[in-house]
Design a binder for this molecule. Sequence first.
Ligand code: C2E
Ligand code: CA
Ligand code: CA
Ligand code: CA
Length: 278
Amino acid sequence: AKERGKNNYQFYTLEMTERSMERLTIERGLRHALVHDELRLHYQPQVDTDSGLIIGAEALLRWHHPEWGLVYPDRFIAVAEETGLIVPIGAWVLHTACLQAKTWLEQKGPFKCVAVNVSPRQFVESNLFETIKQTLAETGLPPDALELEITESAVMQDPENTLRVLQQLQALGVRLSIDDFGTGYSSLTYLRRFPVQSVKIDRSFVMDLPNDEGSKTLVRAIIALAHELKLHVVAEGVETDAQFSFLKTQQCDALQGYMFSKPLEPQQLKIGITTAEF
Ligand code: C2E
Ligand code: CA
Ligand code: CA
Ligand code: CA
């Protein structure tokens, strides 16, 4: 037993070393990626539930690594957050998404806004308000064509500061949305206190619709509550017809998920048509 314990220990430290090596490799790679233009945004259509038309999109970060190929955010966002690299990366994301949104807006269709994910670190460590104000000025995008997706953990880390920044952004006219709604501990408190216009129901609640009674009750309650507060509701991770019709019956305002489209390269996405027309 003693031998085995020792081996386990060695195995464990080896694994830890490997993991920190990988982190270091990713950190170096990300610094390189920023300078050498290896980051890309893909856009997942957001569909208006009633009309079925594409009215906007969520920008999702991708890393085109010269050797590793396409790298997804689950492999590098955590490292970017821990090292603070998410601040310059986030600024790049904002700028790129606003430029893209400007071209969609100029197409004169029903385009509403581009949604951009914002990390907690961007609130704490950068002058997020100034960055956004400047980005909108540089790209010429009207503030209400930009929606920021904020998670509850962002708010939780530093509520006073976050609230102040959100109020500034709201005054500027930027749209604010709570991402992964329902997965945090204090969703309801934040809904009351924070100046947001919409909530995004997390995929974990959509996944088991419409058969799971618990999910049904929760989703119904979230939509009713949000509408009572005059908030717009988006559901993420919609994959099946059955999920779609349940959400439509509950009057969820907009939908996003593989049933409509996976995230696309910007030139593949057209505003104002249905995803069936691709
Ligand atoms: P998220 O904000 O919850 O984004 C939704 C994720 O679900 C995306 O994964 C999307 O591709 C995926 N997805 C969309 N529809 C479906 C569906 O029908 N079924 C399933 N199973 N999945 C679906 P992705 O692109 O890998 O992004 C993962 C996470 O990385 C995002 O989760 C977000 O938290 C983070 N992220 C992505 N881009 C950025 C960024 O620019 N900045 C920051 N800070 N975080 C980002
Ligand atoms: Ca999101
Ligand atoms: Ca989400
Ligand atoms: Ca989610």
